[in-house]
Design a protein around this ligand. Structure first.
Ligand SMILES: [Zn+2]
Length: 312
């Protein structure tokens, strides 16, 4: 009988979960997060200390693998973090706070905060331009929200504009922008798309003025039902938008403008590490676990609006 992915030992046993996370964040052994020491570091096995505590003999401070990660100060056991990460990484449309609350047996507030910290771990820090010689990047924009049917009660949230850049057979990066204007989109395109790429867009004037910067720029006329002309199409990015919208409307019902960038990180991440690119559910979760390092997200921090358009 096939083994359930959630029956693995590290999904149930706290010591196994710790070893699993350490193997990914500390492949060469403990690193002091305070001073970077890797040699003069010892394990604390004394009673009364949480498992996984280490002591640095260079700076005299204590630490564990969760220090300076999205897991820092969390009361959720590590094996539950790993269950949550697996569920988030293997569910194509996402996993809501309500689902985490019911499946993991944690409070709704903890579930909501867990979800946002998992998304933070999935946020790409990659600033290398996409595409390059012989590669094709598609760009398009869409609007999320603003539909009455997505709302059980309360006012209809305003539509939020999203632009996505998809490298064909590669990764996606999405950006929430205040308005779809050349002024907002051009700097993002200029920074994130390699000049040697072939660039595919619709006929919007936003793209015509920046298109000449690339090795080739082809446009598709949507209104004329001219969707595919040899390699000139934007179906890849449009396909990505349909996954994003099914997830946001189906699982999350409504997403506020303040939180949208984190949902974009989540959907971008799953798409970028999709099965077609050779990533299994567990390989994808491994990438996300490594992404937990060096990031913090406080509960207060989740409530602050993010306006920058760095790659999420
Ligand atoms: Zn130290």
């Amino acid at each position: 009988m096939a083994q359930s992915a959630l029956s693995a030992e590290h999904m149930h046993d706290e010591a196994a979960a710790l070893a699993f996370i350490e193997a990914r964040l500390w492949p060469n052994g403990p690193i002091c997060p305070h001073c970077g020491e890797t040699i003069r570091v010892g394990r604390i096995n004394a009673k009364g200390f949480k498992i996984g505590m280490c002591k640095c003999y260079a700076c005299r401070k204590k630490f564990s693998v969760t220090n300076k990660t999205v897991m820092e100060s969390s009361h959720i056991p590590l094996h539950v973090w790993l269950q949550g990460m697996h569920l988030m990484c293997s569910s194509k449309k996402g996993f809501s706070a309500n689902q985490f609350h019911r499946v993991l047996g944690i409070t709704l507030k903890s579930a909501w905060f867990l979800g946002h910290r998992l998304r933070e771990a999935m946020r790409s820090l990659n600033v290398e331009p996409m595409g390059g010689g012989g590669l094709t990047v598609e760009a398009d924009e869409t609007f999320i929200g603003g539909k009455a049917e997505n709302r059980a009660f309360g006012p209809i949230p305003p539509k939020v504009a999203v632009m996505s850049l998809v490298e064909r057979n590669g990764r996606v990066r999405s950006f929430s922008v205040p308005n779809v204007t050349a002024q907002n989109l051009r700097p993002i395109i200029g920074r994130h798309v390699h000049r040697d790429s072939r660039f595919m867009t619709d006929e919007s004037g936003i793209y015509t003025d920046i298109g000449w910067n690339f090795a080739d720029h082809q446009t598709v006329n949507h209104s004329a039902k001219e969707y595919v002309r040899d390699t000139a199409y934007t179906n890849t990015v449009e396909g990505y938008f349909s996954i994003l919208k099914r997830g946001v409307y189906g699982i999350y019902q409504h997403v506020s403008e303040a939180h949208l960038p984190r949902y974009l990180s989540e959907f971008d991440f799953r798409y970028s590490y999709r099965v077609a690119r050779g990533y299994s559910d567990s390989a994808r979760a491994d990438v996300a676990i490594r992404g937990m390092a060096g990031k913090r997200l406080t509960y207060q921090g989740t409530r602050r609006q993010r306006t920058e358009e760095v790659p999420f």
